[in-house]
Design a binder for this molecule. Structure first.
Ligand SMILES: [Zn+2]
Length: 156
């Protein structure tokens, strides 16, 4: 995440971050119970050190970039179209995105969108709404828009 924060600082404006995660057990990313270190009756959780079954994780990870590419393209198209309806012709995009391996063994993706102007905010909300709606079709789970603090500038 350090790289993302540096990019935000370089960008110098207000931004927001959303995360696209891998789905859960119901979608096939089952836990490898043989590697669990907790009591048998407890639920699995990456924070407890539990790992997704290696084969299932490899399958999902192998598809994740292709799925993300398609999901991002469709979500951007939707957001651009919504902005055209509001009279804005400028196409927008992400400030930065960064993959991170979750403790459970599957990739997730941090996405940063600009929120400095009213137009950027409207685009970001449309974009994230599309991500949330469409993510399950592209093998992922929903994302939420979380506003980052305005990047701090060095004083003096
Ligand atoms: Zn477990």
């Amino acid at each position: 995440m350090r790289k993302t924060r540096e990019n935000l600082t370089v960008c110098g404006g207000l931004a927001a971050m959303t995360t696209v995660t891998a789905p859960g057990e119901a979608s096939g990313l089952v836990w490898d119970r043989s590697r669990c270190r907790h009591q048998a009756h407890e639920r699995c959780d990456g924070r407890k050190g539990c790992k997704v079954d290696a084969g299932a994780a490899a399958l999902w990870n192998g598809h994740s970039r292709e799925w993300w590419s398609k999901l991002n393209r469709v979500a951007k198209l939707r957001a651009d179209r919504a902005m055209r309806r509001l009279g804005s012709q400028t196409k927008r995009g992400l400030l930065v995105y960064e993959w991170e391996l979750q403790r459970r063994g599957v990739w997730h993706l941090h996405v940063v969108v600009g929120m400095e102007t009213a137009v950027e905010q409207a685009w970001a909300i449309e974009y994230v709404h599309a991500l949330r709606e469409l993510a399950p079709r592209y093998g992922s789970a929903s994302s939420t828009l979380s506003r980052c603090a305005s990047p701090s500038r060095p004083s003096g």
